[in-house]
Unconditional design. Sequence first.
Length: 53
Amino acid sequence: MSQDNKLVDLGAERAKRVHDLKEKKLNEVRQAFEQAMPLAKPAKKPKKKPKKR
C-alpha cells in the first residue's frame, strides 16, 4: 500500500493531453486565418474642419 501515492489517473492525463493537442491545432488555425485575413486596425477619424460663417 505504499505505492498508492504513485498511482496516476490515466483518464485525467489523457484528457489533458487531448486538450493540449486541440489547443495547439486551434492556435495554428487562428494564426493561418490572421495571415490570410489580417484584422484591420481601426481607422482614425479625420479631424473636423471648422465651420465657415
